[in-house]
Design a protein around this ligand. Structure first.
Ligand code: ATP
Ligand code: MG
Length: 435
């Protein structure tokens, strides 16, 4: 009989597994993010990964890279609903805030994290499933909150030990100011129509501001010479922008005004900003955000101002790697328990449970063949685990109601302790070695 080789199945391109070797780095980042949100009084909100497609069409805007070409949208086979895997967090969060009437009692400071999905060309720092952390401050109109969320970002980079992260900022003003700027832009691009690429020709008709967002090198000179939105801002918009800058200055946060910064999403007004680095090649934006006062009303809620930012976690971890600021991998456990199967296994399992109840991380050796393994091979595993101590329960020890306690990282000393006293001996040893 010929045996047919079973084909393995691979993961989806651009969607990565998080392997155990990298898990500690993610956990570290997640802890820092949790502490950061607590430090500023932000509350956690989680939305589902799947939303009605309309949430993103309305919340992100039809003429955006995301909605035009990056969304994983599908029809639910069972009821025909149009659904989309979320490509970003803000639109879904706003949907939830409106649906659950969260602004009823006043403004809210919120944060979220989780996987996002965009059908892009996978490359370093650009994946089809990636993870974002984001904060949103809803119901606050003043420049103070713009400054606060930027301070949070700066504190985060400092906390993570990231070097060379630059803050770039711009103001998109209000709708009427953008309309005047837009008219001037259209005139300018029409006068130079022969230099427009295909994407820009299309955008000229629907959303000429987005031409400024073009990454096409051939378009850069033309874009450089275009009328600048900052020159069209009225008194109020300018006052808001200046106030944000003054607050940042008072907190020693350097920032560079970049008049070309327009951001990919449609819903921004006034302050927009990005944090960029030169260390990650083409994917140099680690986080971005701004004010999006029109969004809540546009999504069907009672009008309320809002601002926030989102960060790409893969890019930040990559930058931590480059900045050499990743923490060392923690040991797997404090104690490793070795045994010879049978009664010694039973005793070992009871002791391991007792240690865990006392808060001591413990791995009990499990023989791969289901029977037993030599102490030599078990000791190799114990060493590799990074445990500080090994508890060894051999048949000879068990007869005497004893176990051996071995120091794995310090002196290597090994001594007999009564089975009933293993927990106390381990605690003494751990406390002693940490002094
Ligand atoms: P880019 O210009 O790099 O495509 P973007 O403007 O589309 O970014 P946002 O929608 O503002 O990105 O998302 C916020 C952050 O999420 C980005 O600054 C980046 O760090 C991260 N990010 C966006 N898309 C991806 C992706 N495909 N893979 C990994 N990280 C991403
Ligand atoms: Mg993008």
């Amino acid at each position: 009989m010929t045996e047919k080789k079973i084909q393995k199945i691979n993961g989806v391109r651009g969607m990565n597994d998080l392997l155990p070797a990298d898990a500690a780095q993610w956990t570290h980042l997640e802890h820092v993010l949790r502490d950061l949100t607590r430090a500023y009084g932000y509350e956690f909100l989680r939305t589902p990964i799947v939303e009605a497609t309309a949430v993103f069409q309305r919340g992100i805007g039809e003429v955006t890279d995301i909605v035009e070409k990056e969304m994983y949208s599908f029809e639910d086979r069972l009821n025909g609903e149009q659904l989309t895997l979320r490509p970003e967090g803000t639109a879904a969060l706003v949907r939830s805030v409106i649906e659950n009437n969260l602004l009823y009692e006043g403004p809210k400071r919120l944060w979220y994290t989780g996987p996002m999905f965009r059908h892009e060309r996978p490359q370093r720092g650009r994946y089809r499933q990636f993870h974002q952390f984001g904060i949103e401050a809803l119901g606050f109109a003043g420049p103070d909150i713009d400054a606060e969320i930027i301070l949070m970002g700066q504190r985060l980079w400092d906390e993570l030990g990231l070097k060379g992260v630059r803050l770039e900022m711009n103001s998109l003003g209000q709708a009427d100011e953008r309309a005047q700027h837009r008219a001037a832009l259209v005139t300018y691009f029409e006068q130079n129509a022969s230099q427009l690429d295909e994407d820009s020709e299309r955008r000229l008709l629907i959303n000429p501001l987005r031409i400024l967002d073009s990454k096409n090198p051939a378009m850069q000179e033309l874009i450089e010479g275009a009328p600048k939105l900052l020159d069209f801002l009225g008194e109020e918009s300018l006052a808001h922008f200046n106030a944000v800058q003054d607050l940042l200055k008072a907190n020693n946060i350097p920032c560079k005004i970049n008049p070309r910064l327009v951001r990919g999403l449609d819903y921004y007004n006034l302050t927009v900003f990005e944090w960029v680095t030169e260390e990650l090649g083409a994917q140099g934006t680690i986080a971005g955000g701004g004010r999006y006062d029109p969004l809540i009303e546009r999504m069907g809620g009672k009008a309320a101002p809002a601002c926030g930012w989102a960060m790409g976690m893969e890019r930040v971890l990559e930058l931590m790697k480059v900045s050499k600021s990743l923490p060392e991998a923690a040991p797997l456990c404090d104690v490793f328990v070795l045994h010879q199967g049978g009664e010694t296994l039973t005793a070992g399992m009871i002791i391991a449970e007792r240690l865990r109840s006392a808060g001591i991380d413990t791995v009990l050796f499990c023989p791969p063949d289901g029977h037993s393994a030599s102490f030599k091979s078990q000791m190799k595993k114990a060493d590799a685990s990074g445990a500080a101590y090994a508890v060894i329960i051999g048949l000879d020890e068990l007869v005497k109601n004893e176990a051996q306690l071995k120091d794995l990282r310090g002196t290597g000393e090994q001594r007999a302790v009564p089975l009933e006293g293993v927990l106390e001996a381990v605690i003494d040893a751990l406390v002693g070695s940490s002094e």
